[in-house]
Design a protein around this ligand. Sequence first.
Ligand code: CQM
Ligand code: MG
Length: 356
Amino acid sequence: MRSPKDFFAPLALGAPAPVREIPVTPSRMIHFFDPGNEKMAAKVPDIAKKVDVLLGNLEDAVRADRKEAARAGLVAIAKANDFGKTQLWTRVNSLDSPWVLDDLITLVTEIGDKLDVIMVPKVEGAQDIHYVDRLLAQLEARAGLTKPLLVHAILETASGVANVEEIAGASPRMQGISLGPADLAASRRMKTTRVGGGHPGYLVRTDPVGDDLTEGRTTYQQDLWHYTVARMVDACAMHGILPYYGPFGDIRDVVACEDQFRNAFLLGCVGAWSLHPVQIDIAKKVFSPSPSDVAWARRVIAEMGDGTGAVMIDGKMQDDASVKQCRVVAELADALAADDPELAAAYDAATKEALG
Ligand SMILES: CC(C)(COP(=O)(O)OP(=O)(O)OC[C@H]1O[C@@H](n2cnc3c(N)ncnc32)[C@H](O)[C@@H]1OP(=O)(O)O)[C@@H](O)C(=O)NCCC(=O)NCCSC(=O)C[C@](C)(O)C(=O)O
Ligand SMILES: [Mg+2]
């Protein structure tokens, strides 16, 4: 482990100084596209206008014989476009693959100044982040970059989950972590074949009323991902980085997608992945707090004055802790509203009504 005193020192001569705080900009949806797929790539300039993050994916879902095309496509797209406030991320191939070294060398050298975050799949422990950390510093120095690239890990192996706290704190570059439910299910030998989401067989059942074990027993489906998401959220919060739910593979089931995203939002995640254009608005809706929740939060903050003591609002006790909960919601709303006049108007209208 590096000495805490050296933690914020660059890992190569001439590399930019690591950030002390992760920039918290809206990242409600990380929109995945295959930069080597011409149809998808053609849609990117338009999609960029409505997403917080665009991610050029080079790893799984890109065929082995299309890896070079995807890499070259991303370089071309990044050079040809200015996406304004929309961040540009990439997911490189896994560290044990034959492509990752060329992914990193090419992307940092060619478009390192356009990329914000590099997503690293199948991270097993801090050692994987340390490898990427040093290599990025060397490449940044050689490319003359002035802003350090940030790193995002996908939590998709059993050992990654076991080591999630050390992964979250492995480098000042660590920006966040996403759940990767498909690889994680395989790694753990779970028996779901779905990409994220629930499973009807994972349930609890009410007790029998009489002798008949089959009658009148309600079942409730449980969330397969609750434990992992909750652990990931704690690890991220502990290290000042951001947690994300990952992909929801049943593109057609927009209802269950919204539910899965909302569970993650309520547990502390800041965003999710959109794999298809239809999932963009779902993520936007879910990861922007509702106007009524924002109005309530602002009202509690207003009525709590200096934030200490206890008051009753509409029959509910508020105190020093609940005002902090309300600040989380209100601060997120302010950050999102700053770039979105429609959302700002909806929040202000609801607040006006709530405050009378
Ligand atoms: C699901 C698929 C195959 C359906 O693709 P489709 O063409 O069958 O769908 P469609 O409804 O017919 O598409 C309509 C139009 O939208 C376009 N389109 C469609 N999707 C996109 C997109 N994302 N961005 C931009 N444009 C898109 C598509 O090209 C088409 O264009 P057209 O009207 O001109 O013909 C397709 O949407 C797709 O490939 N999406 C990305 C998949 C992906 O990135 N997967 C990897 C992330 S999940 C993962 O890796 C797991 C994880 C974390 O690692 C772990 O849990 O382990
Ligand atoms: Mg995966």
